[in-house]
Ligand binder design. Structure first.
Ligand code: PEP
Ligand code: MG
Length: 569
């Protein structure tokens, strides 16, 4: 069965199905509605106690950011609008609390689930999680407990709620497979943070797997087998052993240089979303940060972050990196990332719409606040600023002009900042790639964002499952653009990095080395593997291969050629 690989590693073990307790709710007529509302209040209070425990458990065992999910749950429990509607339903219909809660929740969930935006759709999961907890308390049903397992298991579930993942015993849960969810769902993010192998979005897994069945999967590839033949299990045991041996070998690369066999050194850096991710960067020996996606600072809250809040976050990151380069990208909101409190009108094509630098150049107060915070933090380390979604020369010039104005403001206030701060831009729109010769005269560096560059070059929505077979990092059109960008950057004497997922792709790394890419930025868990590949590749040999690849006709041809002639893994 096939799903989406959500967290790397090989898992072989026994299934534990998370029972979806069928909660049957019927409408009943109630006389004493006041007592019914009190019963609801009591269940709310007890839910709060449970969530507080989960919050503390997550804070101690997982991390501040993961614990935050439960702050969001608390907010839902405290939401007067939501529970006000439930109470009204009880009163107006003389109905039981269970039915009133379920009816109101269904409306809220439907509203969130129908939103275009994946992030908002995921919020529906939070509401379900909270209401499910209150409902079970009202009905006196026990919730599945993953904290007290006595053997190793692989959890199979429709979806895992934050409450499930937060109480998991990391020693016992050796993997999980879910029927729904994407790479950005809570369960997928949590799996990567906990470094537990996981596959999500496996249709039909709940019908196929039962308690005690044997299940094996590779969290990179997304292929899942239930009760496979002994031969398959042996194959995976072998794979697991090799994976673990390889991981141990990678440990030895901590502290080593990212240098090719023929002596060319490149920079191997990390993508992060919050200051907390720095821990993983340091643990995996990242040589800096190639992309700090600042939009997470703006999300999961109800108003814009202040200049000081932002300053603290940026300062924390540059200080922890102790002088190593930190590329911080200005706000890239829009597309799949929304800020409800900005109250932006819905768009037909959000990925082609009012987003990122376009929004910042329009709402300059938001942009200036961020630039002030970035400049102030630049006094504490090696900070570089990067603009996202640039499609025209006018936009870079305008962004730089505003940056100069902000610098002038800080100077007049005698606030310290790095006057020689490097300013770069993302190359993620074909127009910018095609005109990179001219863009290279405007900035100090480029970072190629392949996630978007693939989607815009091939006109394939990166979130649309149905056409995902057309979305490929091996597409010759993408590779030609990448080569062109690198050459144009070097002609102007600026450096060029890549921070899209393709930069960490083990098959593409040698090709990118051959093309002359200077910096590779990826999720922290991929760094040591990339270093191993770099150290086992000769740039000169790759240069010849690049010419062949650039003349190929299809993505399949490119991938096959790499598999047969280039791959070192
Ligand atoms: C990209 O587009 O490749 C990129 C790194 O940005 P994001 O994934 O945040 O759009
Ligand atoms: Mg992008």
């Amino acid at each position: 069965m096939k799903g989406i690989g959500a967290s790397p590693g090989i898992a072989i073990g026994k299934v534990l199905v998370k029972e979806e307790t069928k909660v049957e709710v019927e409408k009943k007529s109630i006389e004493d509605t006041k007592a019914e509302i009190e019963r609801l209040q009591e269940a709310r209070e007890r839910s709060k106690e449970q969530i507080e425990k989960l919050y503390n458990h997550a804070l101690e065992n997982i991390g501040k950011d993961e614990a935050k999910i439960f702050e969001a749950h608390m907010l839902i429990l405290d939401d007067p609008e939501y529970f006000g509607q439930v109470e009204n339903k009880i009163k107006s219909e003389n109905a039981n609390a269970e039915w009133a809660l379920k009816t109101v929740t269904d409306t809220f969930v439907a509203m969130f689930e129908n939103m275009d935006n994946e992030y908002m759709r995921e919020r529906a999961a939070d509401i379900k999680d909270v209401s499910g907890r209150v409902l079970k308390l009202l009905l006196g049903i026990d919730t599945t407990d993953f904290s007290n397992l006595d053997e190793e298991v692989i959890i199979v579930a429709k979806d895992l709620t934050p409450s499930d993942t937060a109480q998991m015993d990391k020693e016992k849960v050796i993997g999980f497979v879910t029927e729904i969810g994407g790479r950005t769902s809570h369960s997928a993010i949590m799996a990567r943070t906990l470094e537990i192998p996981a596959v999500v979005g496996v249709e039909g897994i709940l019908e196929a797997a039962q308690n005690g069945d044997t299940i094996v999967f590779d969290g990179d590839e997304g292929e899942v087998y239930v009760n496979p033949e002994e031969k398959v299990i042996e194959g995976y045991e072998d794979k697991k052993k090799k994976y673990e041996e390889f991981k141990e070998k990678l440990e030895e690369l901590k502290g080593a240089k990212s240098v090719t066999k023929d002596g060319v050194e490149v920079e191997l850096v990390a993508n992060i979303g919050t200051p907390k991710d720095v821990e993983g960067v340091i643990r995996n020996d990242g040589e800096g940060i190639g992309l700090y996606r600042t939009e997470f600072l703006y999300m999961d809250r109800d108003k814009l972050p202040t200049e000081d809040e932002q300053f603290e976050a940026y300062k924390e990151v540059v200080e922890k990196l102790e002088g190593k380069p930190v590329v911080i990208r200005t706000l890239d909101i829009g597309g799949d990332k929304e800020l409800p409190y900005l109250d932006l009108p819905e768009e037909m094509n959000p990925f082609l719409g009012y987003r990122a630098i376009r929004l910042c150049l329009d709402k300059t107060d938001i942009f200036k606040t961020q630039l002030r915070a970035l400049l102030r933090a630049s006094a504490y380390g090696n900070l570089k600023i990067m603009f996202p979604m640039i499609s025209s020369i006018a936009e870079v010039r305008q962004a730089k002009k505003i940056l100069e104005e902000v610098k002038e403001e800080l100077r007049s206030e005698n606030v310290e900042f790095d006057d020689n701060i490097e300013v770069g831009m993302m190359i993620e729109i074909p127009a910018a790639a095609v005109m990179s010769d001219l863009f290279a005269k405007e900035v100090d560096f480029f970072s190629i964002g392949t996630n978007d560059l693939i989607q815009y070059t091939t006109a394939v929505d990166r979130m649309n499952q149905k056409i995902s077979y057309l979305y490929s990092q091996f597409h010759p059109a993408l590779l030609r653009l990448v080569k062109q960008v690198i050459d144009n950057a070097h002609k102007e004497g600026i450096w060029v990095g890549m921070c899209g997922e393709a930069a960490g792709d083990p098959k593409l790394i040698p090709v990118l080395l051959g093309m002359g890419l200077d910096e590779f930025s990826m999720s922290p868990i991929s760094i040591l593997r990339a270093r191993w590949i770099i150290r086992n590749t000769s740039k000169e040999e790759m240069e010849e291969m690049v010419n062949k690849v650039l003349n190929m006709a299809t993505a399949e041809e490119v991938e096959k050629f790499i598999d047969e002639n280039i791959s070192v893994l």
